[in-house]
Design a protein around this ligand. Structure first.
Ligand code: AGP
Length: 608
């Protein structure tokens, strides 16, 4: 998500920090900053916008002399991308400075506590609680203060901390966010990403969760979470810069597919506290929710398909009719929308022109609006009455993957939250559904781990001319997104059909060797789709089925089966899409397509 760098040595830190930050630019960011310690004082410079602005502001680092420092590229999650919200963040007494990559899940409670203890917050970030906690726990021992502060945090964090009282020393801490220490000669480094290190050293120490390190120019000491010294093996960084940017994966798309367990966890976990769903910027009362007569979901492309999949959970749990509409259609339609309508707007970028236009149209008719958006401070986020961020981190591949799964996860949270608030869910069922939601990241990981045959299956089902995706109910919604993934990156015609519709015309297209992907995951309706498999097979199709682990019957009908772990059918789509993303990816790779930048497509469609 964000990028962090740190340096301590015998030359000025600022130019090295700026160079390191430039190497992290590819990840996407909206603001940047550095802090440098010298003679018991920490100086900070930060800007919204490009690193070039930071270079200009600091005269390429010359205005911030000092031999140790930390730097940050921010991709906003909590608070708009402004100078004030940019890192590093300072303690009230100016003694500490912190950069952070990750999300602090309990920051709201900590912020209240710290405010009550007299600490003043200058930003809207979750990060700022960390630096005030360190100040609160500091009684002359830097390491002790960092340890006590981090023991109060839940969530994910890779931290770099400077202390004005300890010149030449930086502390780096890791919990569920990447952090690598670079070993130099008379200088040492840390970074969230090896790309920022390779220009200086290829000798690295990889911290594990709960570990932290003290870096000086001459030494790196690593500690476990109890403060005991531990010895880590030195690793050689062998990746080229290009491979390092993609985390060792061949394409950003594959990297982003693999990031989904973490991205979905980041979207879900901070919003579930002690078996209770809390939606940061959406707190309708039962009365307000009950006054909603209709929910309209609007979006484009994959975001629209996320809406199609999320509709089932909202209707089933909240008993409110949900109408999912393409923004490009809705904006020119005659929508029956008024103040009793809740418009849910889905967008990864928050800048899609049709979605913005549809939203404005519905707002002019009186609709209340909830945006589910990834990019903080984007147009859609600003226009909405309420916004829930998906916190997926920057998505670089044009074909969305983690954007889709995090949108869907937030829709599920909304459904459970609204149903519970309206007293439509017995307590036991509420707790069970929360448990199911919490299991999603693990189940996505299982899908990623268990389907090693996908590259081979991609070869077999790469028919070259067309692929049909069939399914019913939630399986149909997933089929729509699966087919879009195949089309946009492999340039193969792919069509999703509601399986029950086959007989009404489409089956005429099924011929010898036609590839059909049959989605049979939803236990309520899977058997019906399995009957459709028999029909298409009888006409010569080769069928790859998706089914829930344990469904042995499907083996007798399909040519090949991909299994996914069991999950409540209401939430299955978010797991079920993952093998289809991989299938599209491997087919595109097989066909030599430009996977991250498919032809004719842009990441953000800001024109009509
Ligand atoms: C999906 O892979 C596409 N890149 C595209 O359909 C995308 O989902 C659509 O353009 C909507 O974008 P948004 O989420 O940024 O609004």
């Amino acid at each position: 998500m964000c990028g962090i760098v740190g340096f301590t040595g015998k030359q000025n830190a600022a130019p090295i920090l700026l160079e390191g930050l430039k190497k992290l630019e590819y990840r996407g960011y909206d603001s940047a900053g550095i802090a440098v310690a010298q003679d018991g004082v920490i100086s900070v410079s930060k800007v919204s916008g490009r690193i070039a602005n930071l270079c200009e502001k600091t005269e390429d680092g010359k205005t911030l002399p000092g031999f140790s420092g930390i730097g940050h590229t921010r991709w906003a999650t909590h608070g708009a991308p402004t100078d004030v919200n940019a890192h590093p963040h300072m303690s009230c007494d100016g003694r500490f400075s912190v950069v952070h990559n990750g999300i602090i899940e309990n920051y709201m409670a900590l912020r209240e506590e710290l405010t009550a203890n007299g600490y003043t917050f200058s930003s809207q970030t979750d990060t700022e609680v960390i630096v005030h906690l360190i100040e609160m726990y500091y009684h002359g021992d830097f390491k002790e203060a960092v340890m006590r502060a981090t023991s109060r945090l839940t969530g994910s964090y890779a931290l770099g901390v400077l202390c004005a009282d300890c010149p030449g020393k930086i502390i780096a801490v890791r919990e569920a966010s990447p952090l690598i220490l670079g070993i130099g000669v008379g200088e040492n480094f840390f970074a969230s990403d090896v790309t920022a290190l390779v220009a200086y050293t290829r000798n690295a120490l990889y911290l594990d969760d709960g570990e932290f390190a003290e870096l000086t120019s001459e030494s790196i000491t690593v500690y476990d979470c109890t403060g005991a010294v531990i010895h880590k093996p030195v690793s050689r960084i062998t990746w080229s810069i290009e491979a390092a940017e993609k985390g060792g994966y061949e394409h950003f798309m594959l990297k982003e597919i693999m990031e989904q367990p973490c991205a979905v966890k980041t979207a879900l976990a901070p919003r579930v506290h002690e078996n209770h769903v809390q939606l940061d910027d959406f707190s309708y009362t039962a009365e307000e929710l009950r006054s909603i007569r209709k929910i309209v979901i609007t979006a484009c492309g994959s975001a629209y398909y996320a809406g199609c999949a999320g509709k089932y959970a909202i209707e089933k749990l909240c008993h409110i009719p949900v109408d999912v509409q393409l923004a490009s259609e809705l904006r020119y339609g005659e929508p029956q929308i008024d103040s009793d309508t809740l418009l849910i707007v889905l967008s990864q970028s928050g800048e899609t022109a049709d979605t913005i236009a549809a939203m404005k149209e519905c707002q002019s008719l009186g609709a209340r609006t909830l945006a589910i958006v990834n990019v903080v401070g984007s147009t859609i986020a600003k226009l909405a009455d309420h916004t829930l961020y998906t916190w997926a981190g920057p998505e670089i591949a044009v074909a969305t993957t983690k954007g889709y799964t995090t949108q869907l996860s937030v829709l599920y949270l909304f459904a459970v939250y609204a149903a519970h608030t309206m007293e439509l869910l017995p307590e036991q069922e509420y707790v069970r559904l929360i448990g199911e939601l919490q299991s999603i990241p693990k189940k996505i990981q299982q899908v990623l781990d268990m389907n090693t045959a996908l590259p081979q299956l991609a070869k077999k089902y790469n028919s070259g001319h067309s692929v049909f995706y069939i399914g019913r109910n939630t399986d149909y919604a997933v089929a729509l997104e699966g087919a879009l993934k195949m089309k946009e990156i492999s340039y193969i015609h792919a069509e999703a059909y509601a399986a029950g519709e086959l007989k009404h015309g489409t089956i005429a297209l099924i011929d010898e060797g036609q590839s059909v992907i049959a989605l049979c995951c939803n236990s309520r309706i899977a058997e019906k789709t399995m009957n459709n498999i028999v029909e298409v097979k009888a006409r010569g199709a080769q069928v790859l089925a998706l089914a829930v682990k344990g469904n042995r019957a499907v083996l007798a009908q399909a040519d090949d089966v991909i299994y996914i772990p069991d999950l409540d059918p209401l939430f299955q789509a978010v797991v079920e899409i993952v093998p289809l993303q991989l299938l599209a990816y491997y087919v595109a790779k097989e066909n030599g397509c430009d996977i991250d930048k498919p032809k004719n497509l842009a990441k953000s469609v800001t024109v009509e």
